[in-house]
Design a protein around this ligand. Structure first.
Ligand SMILES: Cc1cc2nc3c(=O)[nH]c(=O)nc-3n(C[C@H](O)[C@H](O)[C@H](O)COP(=O)(O)O)c2cc1C
Length: 107
């Protein structure tokens, strides 16, 4: 049983795409330790992230993400318990919005 949580947000003006790559790298390592997988899609300043993993791990991470000043207007758009991961092999990778929409169609 896994929690899948999806949110959108807007990157703060002082976050460059290089900063974002660094966030993704650090996230990948941390998520591997906590069993969280998912994707981070970025379209200019707009972010959509899908997190999947053990419910406590995903919830704990989401609370840190909510308090992260590198983005704002964080809005949760979906939260559900799923039997299997859909983004299990993705680690935390950065994808285009188009890819994410395509993937969402197969959920
Ligand atoms: C758009 C965005 C996505 C993030 N995604 C993750 C993530 O998937 N995993 C993660 O550990 N941290 C992620 N972070 C960083 C967390 O908000 C937080 O800084 C990190 O978990 C370290 O928490 P701490 O500073 O309280 O130790 C993300 C930050 C932003 C701005």
């Amino acid at each position: 049983m896994f929690l899948r949580l999806v949110y959108v947000s807007n990157l703060s003006d002082d976050v460059s795409h290089e900063n974002l790559d660094a966030i993704v790298e650090r996230s990948r390592a941390r998520n591997e330790r906590t069993g969280v997988t998912g994707i981070l899609a970025v379209d200019d300043r707009r972010v959509l992230q899908i997190l999947e993993g053990p419910p406590d791990a995903v919830q704990g991470l989401y609370e840190r993400i909510l308090n992260d000043r590198r983005h704002h207007e964080v809005v949760e758009i979906d939260r559900r318990i799923v039997d299997a991961r859909h983004f299990g092999s993705w680690g935390m990778v950065r994808r285009s919005m188009v890819d994410v929409v395509m993937l969402a169609m197969t959920l």
